[in-house]
Ligand binder design. Structure first.
Ligand code: A2P
Length: 189
């Protein structure tokens, strides 16, 4: 394979071929995109603290990442990364905020289904909301942006109905305590 021929190129032994491009050089190219008016703001995805620091400490940094899109939901709450990002005004955008579609081709299904969680369902009953709405409200209430996916019009609407109630501090703590530090999206490649 030549670069660009395949989305996930592999070598002749089936091993994933990694990109050798320096992430800091990529960031500089993204800064140029912003200066050219091609992007309003620029951010990163799946960056850990070490990788964020590499950008933040880059000599001549022009724009900080505004966001870091990572897996985030009540079973994977990202407490340390969230705190670090808060300190640096980087917004966490949480993907798989409902615990994914549990598609076995890419999801670690050994972690139990998030939306069946008894605590989320019990809190939902109190507010006449679903476990999905509680999972989303939990994250937006702690400053995490959520990007739930649904192919269903009713559920897409449901996922917006999270701004007419708020969770108590005790409930926020209860949900935080559900953290298992286990990812659904392991990206093992
Ligand atoms: P569907 O497309 O049939 O609604 P994530 O956003 O964490 O990746 O989760 C996506 C999965 O969650 C999809 O399988 C989607 O199924 C389902 N889903 C989306 N919204 C809801 C909801 N409000 N209640 C239950 N399941 C939902």
């Amino acid at each position: 394979f030549q670069p660009g021929d395949a989305i996930y190129p592999r070598d002749e032994n089936g091993k994933m071929i990694y990109h050798e491009t320096d992430l800091c050089a990529t960031w500089e190219a993204m800064e140029a995109c912003k200066d050219a008016g091609l992007a309003k703001s620029i951010g990163v995805s799946n960056f850990n603290r070490r990788q964020l620091e590499m950008i933040l400490n880059k000599p001549g940094l022009k724009y900080k990442p505004v966001s870091n899109q990572v897996e985030c939901h009540p079973y994977f709450t990202q407490p340390k990364l969230l705190e670090f990002c808060r300190q640096h005004d980087i917004v966490i955008v949480g993907y798989s905020p409902l615990g994914t579609s549990r598609d076995e081709t890419w999801v670690n299904v050994s972690s139990p289904p998030l939306l069946k969680d008894p605590v989320l369902n019990a809190i939902g009953k109190k507010y006449n909301k679903t476990a999905a709405q509680i999972a989303l409200r939990f994250n937006i209430q702690r400053g995490v942006v959520v990007i739930p996916k649904s192919f269903n019009a009713q559920r897409i609407r449901e996922n917006f109905q999270i701004f007419d109630f708020s969770l108590t501090e005790k409930e926020m703590k209860e949900i935080e305590a559900l953290n298992k530090n286990v990812r659904y999206v392991e990206l093992l490649m």
